[in-house]
Design a protein around this ligand. Structure first.
Ligand code: SAH
Length: 252
């Protein structure tokens, strides 16, 4: 059996209880060493075989999994954040399906949630934005043209941009082309929930200079939208005394 496990955004106690249990039971752990906190490996049992996938190809990862299966071992494939975002899990699952190997996915706290926590931020402030667009710039690997940043920016929803820290001038250009203002609030969150976490609140127009001034070149998320200012919103109806819900009658 193979368990794909979300490691969470960084802090080792932000893995789920289930994820921690699976780590402590695993005979083999293959972890994404570029972003997974190595402290999580302390949960592994003695004698567990540990592999860092940062230096491995998909074929090499699969080879480790297939050998573990032959030996009757349980494997944890540990991905950063939640495996469902930029995790390249589908290609691994397809290969397991082909061999008839059973697997399960244990979710994790994605870094976009860790980044919101770092700023005490609500992405969905009433009257400001009720949607979150998770995306990335096209870089060495492409993004479908219909998801070009300026097209998504036209919605003026909250936007969280992954995998793009090295392309901030271009990101600003695409955001402006899509209709954001230069002074639209933005933030850069570096290594959310790690001990060396850093947060910077800036604007769409100052993303690149903020990153350059603070030597941020990777492991960061960019958050764009008026929610970053944390003001100008309407209070939620759900907790308003004049609003009835399934659980509470409005007071007269
Ligand atoms: N599955 C992961 C994302 C993997 S893609 C998740 O759910 O978070 C890798 C990108 O995620 C990085 O380039 C960076 O943009 C972002 N990232 C991962 N961990 C981060 C963290 N702790 N703080 C800020 N950004 C992070």
């Amino acid at each position: 059996m193979v368990h794909f496990v979300g490691a969470g955004p960084g802090a080792p106690d932000l893995i789920t209880v289930r994820g921690q249990r699976l780590l402590s039971q695993a005979d083999v752990i293959i972890y994404a060493g570029s972003l997974v906190n190595p402290q999580l490996l302390d949960y592994a049992k003695e004698g567990c075989q540990i592999y860092n996938s940062a230096t491995m190809t998909l074929e090499e990862v699969l080879d480790v999994i297939f050998k573990a299966e032959d030996a009757g071992y349980m494997t944890v494939r540990l991905h950063t954040g939640d495996p469902c975002l930029y995790g390249a899990i589908r290609e691994q699952m397809d290969a397991l399906d082909e061999k008839g190997i059973a697997y399960e996915d244990c979710p994790g706290v994605s870094s976009f949630c860790g980044a919101a926590a770092a700023l005490n931020l609500e992405y969905t402030l009433p009257d400001i934005s009720q949607s979150v667009i998770i995306t990335r710039m096209a870089g060495r690997t492409p993004v479908p043209p219909k998801e070009e940043i300026s097209l998504l920016a036209a919605h003026q929803a909250t936007m969280v941009v992954f995998l793009s820290t090295g392309m901030l001038e271009k990101l600003t250009e695409r955001l402006l082309a899509g209709g954001y203002r230069e002074d639209t609030p933005a933030a850069i969150v570096y290594k959310a929930t790690w001990e060396d976490e850093k947060t910077f609140v800036c604007t769409v127009g100052t993303l690149a200079e903020t990153a350059a001034r603070n030597h941020i070149t990777k492991t960061a998320l960019m958050i764009i939208g008026d929610v970053v200012s944390q003001s100008g919103y309407k209070r939620s109806e759900l907790y308003h005394p004049a609003f009835s819900t399934e659980f509470r009658e409005a007071s007269k």
